[in-house]
Structure formats: C-alpha cells, structure tokens
Design a protein around this ligand. Structure first.
Ligand code: AMP
Ligand code: ZN
Length: 478
C-alpha cells in the first residue's frame, strides 16, 4: 500500500483514490518561454516515478499537464507574482518572434526533453491560451460569490473571504505585519489578494476580451480551469515543485474550492529543488543548465535520470559534475550487468530456474517504493541484487534459466525506474573478431599460453575480452 507524503496533511498518508483502481493526477507544467532547465526536469522525473509506480501497483492513471503560454509574470519571488513582465512576452522580445511562435518552439523542445528522459506522456497537455472562456466563466462565478472583486478592469481574489486560506503553505494572513504590506498592485484590498484577470497595457500582445477589460488571465487560474475541465472538480493527486506551494497552489485551492465548494485535491506532492552550489537552479539566477548542456559535456539523459533517482524526491539534489560522474558509473554498472544477464539468458531452456531471485528482492523493492517513493532505497536493493548475481556469474554459478528469471524481474522493476538500456553495440573490426575466435579455439584445446598471448594482442588493439561460461566470451572496448 503506497504511503505518500501529503503537503496538505504535512505527513505521510496511505493513498486512497476517489474511484477504485483509477487515479486523476494534475501536474503543473512548464512556462514555455525558454528551454526547461534540469531543475524543472528533476521535478518531472519524480512525478514520472509516482505515475509509473501507481501503474505498477495496478492503477489506471490519467495525468494532465498544462502548458503555460500566458499569464506567468516574472516577479516569481514577489508575493503573488502579479508584477513584472509576462514571461512569454519577455521570450518573444528576446527572440524577435511572436509569443505564439516562442510557445510552439519551446513546447516542442520540452517534449523532446521528456522523450529523451523517458518520461511517460500525459494524457493531454492543455494550453492556457486555449482555455480563456473557461477561466472567464470561473472568474465570473467567483465575483458572484463575492470571493473576487473588480477594480479598474483588474479582478482580484479576496483571500480574506476564503477562511482556510493558508492551509497548504501554512501562511497566516493575520501575521502579516501592519506596514509590511507588499507593494504589489495599487488596486488590491489585501497584499495577498492575487490577480485572476489583469487589464492589458497598451502594447501588450496577448490579450482577450472579457467582461472587465481587454486583458489576460493571472497565472493561477489556468490550473483551476484546466484541471476541472479534464479531471473533474476533485483531483486525486496534484504535483509540482516546492516553490509552487506558495503562492501558486495555495491560490489554486482558494479559487477551485471557492468555485466548486469541494476539496480540490486529496493529495499534494511537492518535489524539492535541484541545487547548484547550494542555491536553487533557476533562470532568473542564471545558474542553469538545460539538458542539451549536459549532453554537450557527454553525459546522457539516462545518466541524468539516474542522478535524479539517486535522491529521494523530497531531498535536494546538489548538481555537480562529480555527482554526474557517479551517476554515469552507476548507470554503466546496471548496463553491464543487464548485458551479461542477457547473454546468458539467451541460451536458457524452457525450464524453471533453481533460484527465484525476484521472489527474494521484489518485496523489499516494493516496500521501499511504497514508503513515499524511496528511490534511493529501491536502487540500493537493486545494487545488492547486482552484486550477488555478478559474483555468481564470475564463478560460473548462475544458470541460464536463473539469469532469465532475474532479467524478467529487472524488466518489471524497470517499468518504474524507466531506464532505457540500448543493446550494447560496439563496432569491432573483423581482425579482432578473428583473434577472439582463435583464442576461443586455443582455450578449448587447453593451450592457455596461446590464449594469453592472443588476449594481450587484443588488448593492445584497444579491446578487452571477457570470458563467460562454456568458452563463450564478450568483446568490450577498453
Ligand atoms: P516553471 O516552468 O517555472 O513553472 O517550472 C516548472 C516546474 O519546475 C515547477 O513544478 C517548478 O516548481 C519546478 N522547478 C523550478 N525550479 C526547480 C529546481 N531548481 N529544482 C526542481 N524543480 C524546479
Ligand atoms: Zn499550476
């Protein structure tokens, strides 16, 4: 039974879906004005692990991820992020393109990153700009309920009218000191009131007609509108990065619950940040790498996935090149183990294996994942299995059938890890193959001196020969 840390309850809770066997999951997606950085991608990998583990546990998951192509202003760190430039317009200005072109380009790039990282596709990726009527409808209802008010063509949510405001993030409105009012918007009645709709300045490109002004939506309302549209009024799980707890998700709750009168999401899963030198990786700090940057340094997306898996999703990952090297080593260890198993398993006969490793390891693996998706612990269980089976392989004590059994277990758990391991392919020239064959014959004939000489010759040409059972061998590059 999966126990998930629920930010709302501030503790781990047993996961119980609204409808048996089904999970509705909403994940806040990217603002598509630039490449996603690997911090963003760490969050999407953790969400992917949750999704994959739910599927492994037998649930049918419907995941929706929005694409923010309007309304997200740059002043992220300021109160309700209702000031600053529109991120999309900033991107458009920088690239001398229309906001739509910018959105299209970076959405495509984002999908490419997801694919490279083997992140499962959401059922749908709704765009904010395609849901303006739904947002307007909700804003109208909130005004009618007196939870929102209009001033000068701007509409704000009145946080004081929503009694449980702060229940997710723990902020308390009354603790806001007099005089410490955050200078945000002159039309707001309370500094924590947040925009639902903003009147567009004259040259603002992205704008729509509304009952209040020619304008554009605030950042938070899109998620309320699109989650209700595609998943209904109550979600099973809502995910995002830790910076979203406040204001974004606190405000989503106020809007959605104010509108429907129902619980917005039963579980809230938040990922901790990826850090660089102890600081959050972010575009505004200029300390960010995109996936392509680490690929340029000859690390593969799978090695980055490995790095993300090696930390619990509620721990920070400190990004360093040393940590990437470690991830590379760990990934290589898995690849080599799997390749060796595969070589053995290919010769398996149709009979039962003498040891059922999956039986021994599966329970421990599932316990780790059930405990709030403890991927580092799950990986350590895998590493134990690797050590044990490698030892048996070296001693020629692992039967083909057992190798097949372990391989099947690996395929099963890798549905959660999601590591793509391509069949190892090394281009070995014909003369090396010829030498290796000669060496095999020498070994068969018991001529170990010749076999050793041939091994040396192969090594001098840059290859290593690994002996397997029954005089079989594997050629690897050095
Ligand atoms: P954004 O495109 O800014 O809306 O961010 C997309 C997702 O990435 C959100 O869920 C953020 O909370 C998350 N995020 C942003 N910075 C980081 C970081 N340094 N580490 C992990 N997640 C992050
Ligand atoms: Zn959102």
């Amino acid at each position: 039974m999966l126990k998930l840390y629920n930010t709302l309850a501030k503790q781990k809770e047993e996961f119980k879906p609204i409808h048996p066997g089904k999970v509705g999951m909403y994940s806040c997606g990217p603002t598509v004005y630039d490449f996603a950085h690997i911090g963003n991608l760490k969050t999407y990998i953790s969400t992917d692990i949750l999704r994959r583990f739910l599927e492994y546990s037998g649930y049918e998951v419907r995941q929706i991820m929005n694409i923010t192509d309007v309304g997200h202003l740059t002043a992220d760190d300021v109160n309700q992020a209702d000031t600053g430039e529109d991120k999309m317009l900033k991107g458009a200005e920088r690239e001398k393109k229309t906001p739509q072109e910018v959105a299209e380009f970076y959405t495509e790039k984002f999908f490419e990153d997801l694919k490279k990282l083997n992140i499962e596709k959401s059922a749908y990726y709704p765009r904010a700009t395609a849901h303006i009527p739904q947002m307007i409808k909700i804003i109208e209802a909130l005004i009618k309920k007196e939870l929102a008010y209009e001033v000068n063509g701007n509409v704000f949510y009145s946080v004081e009218k929503f009694p449980s405001y702060g229940k997710l993030s723990g902020i308390k409105l009354e603790e806001l000191k007099a005089g410490a009012r955050l200078e945000e918007h002159p039309d707001k009645k309370h500094p924590y009131d947040f925009s639902l709709w903003l009147k567009a300045p004259k040259n603002h490109i992205l704008k729509w007609k509304s009952p209040w002004s020619l304008g554009y939506p605030g950042w938070h309302i899109e998620c309320t509108a699109m989650s209700i549209e595609y998943l209904g009024e109550t979600l099973d799980i809502h995910t995002g990065g830790e910076d979203h707890i406040f204001p974004h998700h606190e405000n989503e709750i106020a809007q959605s619950e104010g509108y429907t009168g129902k619980t917005f999401s039963n579980y809230w899963m938040h990922n901790r940040f990826l850090l660089v030198d102890g600081q959050k990786m972010s575009k505004s700090k200029g300390n960010f790498y995109a996936l392509r940057d680490i690929e340029d340094k000859k690390y593969s997306p799978m090695e980055f996935r490995m790095l993300a898996l090696s930390a619990h999703y509620r721990s920070n990952v400190n990004f360093t090149w040393t940590a990437m090297d470690q991830a590379k080593t760990n990934f290589k260890k898995i690849v080599e183990w799997k390749t060796n198993l595969q070589n053995l398993a290919e010769k398996a006969e149709d009979k039962k294996s003498e040891i059922d490793f999956s039986h021994i390891y599966q329970k421990r693996f599932e316990e780790a994942m059930d405990d709030d998706l403890n991927t580092p612990l799950a990986l350590s269980v895998l590493y134990e299995l690797i050590t044990e089976t490698n030892k048996l392989m070296v001693e020629n004590k692992l039967s083909e059938e057992t190798a097949k059994n372990i391989l099947n277990f690996w395929e099963k758990i890798n549905k959660i890890f999601g590591l793509i391991i391509k069949k190892e392919r090394i281009d070995v020239s014909q003369d090396i193959i010829k030498l290796a064959k000669e060496r095999k014959e020498a070994r068969k004939a018991g001529d170990f001196q010749k076999s050793d000489e041939l091994r040396k010759e192969i090594e001098e040409k840059g290859y290593i020969i690994e002996d397997l059972k029954d005089n079989e061998y594997k050629i690897k590059s050095k």
